[in-house]
Design a protein around this ligand. Structure first.
Ligand SMILES: Nc1nc2c(c(=O)[nH]1)N[C@H]1C(S)=C(S)[C@@H](COP(=O)(O)O)O[C@H]1N2
Ligand SMILES: [Mo]
Length: 322
């Protein structure tokens, strides 16, 4: 994607000066935002990513299918974590619909040859949204199985041509206290931030969701677009993204910043590494039409049952890099 495309300016209207001025504005916008590097943290220098992940398309797509019972739409859209709209599970769905999702623009920049803006239309340009059934497991011990709509993250990121210095990708949620009343409370260091190592971000299972159950994402699920990293705990699935930045240093994340000993950068689902407050060995599935919210408790699987990602972590001590 050229810068012109990224900025949504028709070719007929463009001059070199316009490109230059827009680029200046874009760079100024980035300069005005706080730095994202994770600082003074013991896991600031993780082992380098293994050389090459080889996942065949068939192996990858087997990850999108499941015969597991789906979580009901009503439960997936009323039992949520979205602290910008309150910290109770019912708060996000009961909150007023104050988030303005049209127009929506994601600024993409940092270590890449073609920084730019990404509108929702740009995102879907050249991609047919696909449906993927993914499990989302929260670190608190509940999980859901949801048919999501969206596009794979890697090809979207590649349009911005990350440089060799792009070792990580940082994501930032909108941080507007007017649209997000929960931001008035200092429960997290707003705006919500997350990050992935570049090879994780490029893995074919990483996904940008714009919908669920064939409908556009409701506000409580992260409208208009959110991340899904199905082999990691739910909190990595940052909602209502407004900024993506390629960075050289491991980026700070909202949960790590609030409680470094409890939330590491990688946050892979792992039944063998407990969270200090919750066992990760089993999970309560929210699924089915049973009148009770929680279905049976089932064993949690390594990488949430996505062995396709194991090679990303070959040689890494997952207790150390939790
Ligand atoms: N911006 C933002 N993104 C967020 C959160 C949040 O509070 N704010 N909560 C996370 C957590 S802890 C989980 S488990 C998932 C929940 O996604 P869901 O409500 O769609 O099930 O969203 C994640 N993304
Ligand atoms: Mo979570």
């Amino acid at each position: 994607m050229s810068l012109r495309d990224a900025l949504n300016i028709p070719a007929s209207q463009i001059t070199d000066e316009a490109v230059y001025a827009d680029r200046r504005r874009l760079l100024a916008a980035f300069a005005a935002m706080p730095t994202l590097a994770l600082s003074g943290c013991s896991d600031a220098a993780p082992p380098p990513p293994p050389s090459k992940t080889i996942v065949t398309p068939a192996q990858a797509s087997s990850g999108f299918r499941t015969t597991e019972e789906l979580t009901r739409f009503e439960d997936a859209t009323s039992y949520n974590n979205f602290y910008e709209f309150g910290s109770g599970k019912a708060d996000p769905s009961q909150a007023k619909k104050t988030l303005r999702t049209k127009p929506w623009t994601v600024l993409v920049g940092g270590e890449c040859a073609k920084p730019g803006r990404l509108s929702l239309d740009d995102l879907l340009k050249g991609f047919k949204p696909e449906e993927r059934i993914y499990r989302l497991r929260c670190v608190e011990g509940w999980s859901m199985v949801i048919p999501w709509l969206g596009v794979p993250l890697g090809p979207v990121l590649k349009r911005f041509e990350p440089t060799s210095k792009a070792k990580y990708v940082a994501f930032v949620t909108l941080g507007d206290p007017v649209q997000m009343p929960g931001i008035r409370y200092p429960i997290l260091d707003w705006p919500y931030r997350e990050g992935l190592r570049i090879d994780e971000a490029m893995h074919p299972l990483a996904f940008l969701a714009t919908g669920l159950y064939g409908k556009a994402l409701p506000q409580q699920n992260g409208a208009p677009l959110r991340l899904l990293v199905p082999w990691k705990y739910g909190f990595k699935g940052i909602k209502s993204i407004v900024r993506i930045e390629f960075v050289e240093k491991m980026p700070e994340t909202a949960w790590h910043a609030s409680q470094p000993s409890e939330y590491g950068f990688f946050s892979n689902v792992n039944p063998n590494v407990d969270h200090p407050r919750w066992s990760q060995k089993t999970e309560r599935r929210i699924a089915g039409t049973a009148s009770k919210l929680f279905a049976e408790r089932i064993p949690t699987k390594l990488f949430n049952g996505y062995p396709q990602v194991a090679s990303l972590y070959a040689g890494m001590d997952l207790r150390k890099w939790f």
